[in-house]
Structure formats: structure tokens, C-alpha cells
Design a protein around this ligand. Sequence first.
Ligand code: SF4
Length: 370
Amino acid sequence: MSKGVTPWEFELEHIDYARIIQEFGLQPMTSELLKRMKSSHRLFKRQIIFAHRDFDRILDAQEKQEQFVVLTGMMPSGRFHFGHKVIADLMAWYQQQGVMLYIPVSDIEAHVIRGIDLDTCKDIIINEYVLNYLALGVDLVSKDRCCLYSQWRNDLVRNLSFKAASKITLSQMHAMYGFSNSDNMGKIFFPFIDAADILHPQLPERGGVKPVLVPVGVDQDIHLRLSRDLAPRFGMLKPSSIYTKMMSGLQGPGTKMSSSKPETAIFLSDSPEVAKQKLKDAFTGGRETIQEQKRMGGQPERCVVYEFLLFHFEDELLEVTYDRCKSGNLMCGDCKAVVSDRVVKFLAEVQRKREEAKSLLPKVFENQLL
Ligand code: SF4
């Protein structure tokens, strides 16, 4: 396995996307594939989704107006930040096109591997994930539009995980995951829960075999590979996947946003003052002096402030900022003020919607397996 690219020890500074595509045997997301999409999302248009496995199967299904589903997990590891928002936005977009969503809450993983107690997991899922997903426009209430469940409570997933485990040997798991003798057995078994999450929408109880699309970061690819290995053994289609680039932490390219390190990320629950200060302190691609910035232009491609526009905001602001920055007509202080204003407006809106979403929680609990 590539150093620095495991689900549990992700080190962004080691990530080279061209190398990942080659080493992991992914396919690059080509313009030919993008042209086949009837409508697009900014993550596709801006090449933030940079690679895939069998995405053509999803496009085939769309063209033939056949059913497919989209699945991604919620990991209750801490506060919800702009990095988490990237996938939530994509899920909302697919759901708006009539696609059924599957959202497993990775509470077994959080408990078994990360040692988070179950009450804390539930608290994080409700306050940080469910409310923010609802505020970002994902319908978690309607059973026919979304299946949201705790891994602990989903019998189909649990049963399938045991069947999946019976098909893989310990030495194969060692070869794939590189476990050590000091790893607990829960960590060694957990990948089968994850694989069962990905495969179970194809069970007869879920309507049978169908294409499944999993949007995922490259750090999670190993679970996809296990699922794809297992799928034909259950008469299922290999799941398709798309891979998103990771937003940098506020300290600059090569740093990671972390829910447990508030200085690295802007959380959707941050106050306007806190968000503004974080952006003020954020790493930019600006030059040493104003004179140099005017003469040489800035470097948006290595600027965290620019990444906020790239990953989250509208085309016009993105393009104007890029042009003015590159041509030396925009200074970082002024740019930060504009982006800050945009972020604060967004936070005010999303926080208002979070409050409104609280009234939906009883229905979420009534309809889903939490
Ligand atoms: Fe980044 Fe804006 Fe400075 Fe350009 S002007 S380097 S986009 S902060």
C-alpha cells in the first residue's frame, strides 16, 4: 500500500494525484465522460473529482434511465467543517436528480477503531452531521429518497459482513491492509462492515442488483477494492466510485483539516467572528511584498483562501478572483475580505437552516435506523 494513503493514517503532503491514479489503478475523470453527463456539478466541472472506477456504468444507467444509488458514510469523529461539506453538497445534488441515497453512520468504526463511546457518536451524528446535511439540502426524512442508518442497528449489513468475511483469508487481509499483530480484532474485522455497507443496496431486500456509486477520498479506496473483490462472489455488480481531492487545512497546501484542531478548519457552527479570524490567519499564495504581488501576480493554485472559492462558491467570483490575482491586480488582504464576507453570509444562512432543521429530527428518527 502507498505510504500515507490508508484510511487511518492519511498524510496529505504525500498525495500526488497523478501518482495515485497510476498506483491505485484508477481511471482519470476525462472530458469525454463529463460530456456524457446531462447536468454537472461544480466538483466535476472544476476537476475536484479527479478519478473514478467504472463511472461509465453510472452514466450508462443514467442514459438508459435505469436505477442506480449513491452511497457515502458519515464518520462521527468531530465537528463538521468545509471539507465535510464537499461530499454533502454532492449528495444533495444527486438526490435532487431523483437518485436514492444510502448513508451509513460509521459508528462501529468510530467506536472500534477510534475509541469514541457510543453516546458521543450519537451526539456528534445528530448535531454535527444530520443537522448540517439537512441544512445543506439533503432530505434525510423521506424513506424513499434516503436510507440513513447506524451500522450497529442494520441487520442486513451485519449479516452480510459475516458472509463477506467468510470469503477472505487472514493472509489476504494482511496483504491488503498491512495489519500488525498489535491491532485488535475489531479493526481487522471492520473492513467487512464497510464492504457490507457498500454492497447491501444490491441485496434482494433492497430491490436487487443495481449500480452503486460511492463518492470517496483516496484514503478510503482500500475499502472499495475489498468491496469490488467481494461483489461478484455475491452475484452483485462491482461498485463504482469517484474520488475527490482533499481541501487543504488553513495552514496551507500539505496540511489537513481536522475536526479536533479548530485552527485547521472553518466549522459550519463557527461564529462569524471566529470564521473571519481564521480566514485572516489562513495561508495564501501571495508574494512577500505588495510590489512583488503587483509585478508577478499571486499563486491561487497554492492558496487556501482560493480553495474556499474553488470547492464551494459560484463560478463568477472564482473566475474574477483568479484573473485578478494572477494579473497582480488583487492583494491578499482585499481578497480575504471578499472571501470572508462570502463565507460569513453562507454560515449565517446555514446556521439559520440548522435551527429550522431541528423540527425535522423526530421524523428522521421515526423513519431511519439511528
Ligand atoms: Fe490567494 Fe487571493 Fe492572495 Fe490570490 S489574492 S494569493 S487568491 S488570497
